[in-house]
Design a protein around this ligand. Structure first.
Ligand code: HEC
Ligand code: HEC
Ligand code: HEC
Ligand code: HEC
Ligand code: HEC
Length: 304
């Protein structure tokens, strides 16, 4: 066996191990630990070929959708469920928040989902302690990741039509051939506003409870679209790719506010001009200033 052949065999072996190490498997099995869950839907697998998209996403609020909302979720679990409604923490209850803030938890076991709920409480209540910080570090692994959108939620608006997502399938706007990297299927749903509205709007939980975490898509539909607005959420929010700028981005906030200032100068004369008065009142230059602040977004602002 010559050296060159040996080299190429090593290369092939390397390639096989490499492919084996990056399974794009979003199988239907239930994860028993956060690491198992992350392995099923790991966005770091996508980084290697979609580097720019990955770093855009990493800088977006979608990548921190659990740890940025810890206080609210703590209140729901530790005050709402426990004290006010005396309801046990179950997977079905925690999904009332995480179905939008970390859709992958759908594939967690009942025990893991409850453990995640308890970690949320610990991370907020024990903030700054070793235990609290450790919980937060684990929770930082949960978010609205690539596969939350490109697999789990891609066809969820019309679940009856599309059925459950196929494990490992990437649903995208074009269904562009990704060679052997992953299977890809075109699903136009993901380019429509209704795709975003399933999370940025009213939510109907499995037990029928309606949760309104934010109200934005109501005004999009009832005010913007009703008055002839034709741009989609994606048109306005994906101009810079996957960073999804919004109210935390000053440039976008400025873009959303139309400022028009109208100034009408005039002379103002207080009192009267009686000749006998020693120091007659003078004309004082004045102005009427009208400021019009317009909302140029596709919905009411601010949201929340
Ligand atoms: C799986 C649910 C989900 C889907 C689908 C989703 N989002 Fe989000 N989005 C969230 C959550 C949760 C947050 C809040 C994250 C946070 O505050 O950390 C968020 C945050 C944002 C923000 C940042 C808001 C701010 O305050 O700066 C924008 C903008 C945004 N989303 C736009 C979109 C658009 C446009 C779409 C559709 C292409 C979309 N999202 C699809 C769940 C979702
Ligand atoms: C229908 C999907 C959905 C559900 C269900 C949901 N949220 Fe949200 N949540 C969002 C989206 C989208 C945003 C971002 C809104 C925005 O920026 O306009 C958000 C924002 C938040 C924020 C503010 C985050 C920030 O960065 O300031 C908190 C806190 C929050 N949610 C807590 C909760 C809690 C607690 C629950 C469960 C009781 C819950 N959410 C259920 C979609 C949802
Ligand atoms: C909040 C939902 C959401 C998340 C999270 C998300 N995407 Fe997307 N992605 C979209 C939407 C919507 C489109 C289609 C935009 C359009 O064409 O209207 C898209 C388009 C794409 C495309 C097609 C080309 C392009 O850039 O438009 C690629 C590739 C892609 N996403 C990769 C990724 C990767 C990799 C991640 C994770 C690092 C990711 N996406 C995370 C919603 C998302
Ligand atoms: C080995 C390289 C590779 C890896 C790893 C990879 N992709 Fe891709 N992907 C591609 C190529 C090549 C294309 C087709 C050209 C393009 O759109 O960039 C593509 C296309 C896409 C598209 C567009 C599909 C459409 O409808 O046009 C999406 C979305 C996408 N990938 C998401 C992902 C996500 C999410 C991951 C991680 C789970 C991932 N990719 C991992 C190579 C890869
Ligand atoms: C015509 C363009 C346009 C359309 C259409 C549009 N947006 Fe916005 N959106 C903006 C601008 C500009 C801002 C920033 C204004 C601000 O927050 O002050 C914004 C802000 C946001 C925020 C942050 C709100 C906050 O209070 O921090 C979210 C979330 C968001 N949009 C999601 C969506 C979703 C989801 C849709 C579709 C249902 C949508 N947008 C449609 C332009 C648009």
């Amino acid at each position: 066996m010559n050296v060159r052949l040996l080299f190429s065999i090593t290369q092939i072996l390397l390639l096989i191990t490499f492919l084996g190490a990056t399974p794009l498997s979003a199988s239907q099995k239930e994860a028993k630990s956060i690491d198992e869950l992350v392995a099923m839907f790991d966005e770091s697998q996508c980084m290697e070929c979609h580097e720019e998209t990955h770093s855009e996403w990493k800088n977006s609020w979608h990548s921190k959708a659990v740890i940025s909302s810890l206080k609210g979720m703590h209140n729901f679990i530790a005050i709402g469920l426990k004290k006010e409604w005396e309801t046990p923490l179950t997977k079905a209850q925690i999904m009332k928040c995480l179905d939008c803030h970390a859709p992958t938890v759908k594939y967690a076991s009942e025990e893991l989902a409850v453990e995640i709920g308890n970690m949320i409480v610990t991370a907020h209540k024990m903030k700054g302690t070793k235990q609290g910080d450790a919980a937060k570090k684990e929770l930082a692994k949960l978010n609205v990741g690539c596969l939350s959108c490109h697999n789990i939620k891609a066809g969820a608006v019309a679940r009856g039509l599309h059925g459950e997502p196929a494990p490992g399938m990437i649903y995208g706007p074009e269904g562009e051939d990704a060679d052997d990297a992953h299977e890809t299927e075109e699903l136009v749903d993901i380019t429509r506003s209704s795709f975003c509205m399933q999370c940025h709007g009213k939510y109907k939980a499995a037990d029928g409870e309606t949760i309104q975490c934010n109200t934005l898509s109501g005004s999009y539909q009832n005010t913007y679209v009703a008055q002839g607005g034709s741009q989609t959420c994606q048109d306005c929010h994906m101009k810079k790719g996957h960073t999804f700028p919004g109210g935390h981005d000053l440039d976008v906030v400025k873009e959303g506010l139309g400022l028009q200032v109208e100034i009408v100068p005039y002379g103002h004369l207080p009192g009267t001009l009686k000749k006998k008065v020693k120091d007659p009142k003078k004309w004082i230059p004045s102005a009427v200033v009208n400021v019009f602040i317009a909302n140029k977004t596709g919905h009411r602002i601010p949201d929340g």
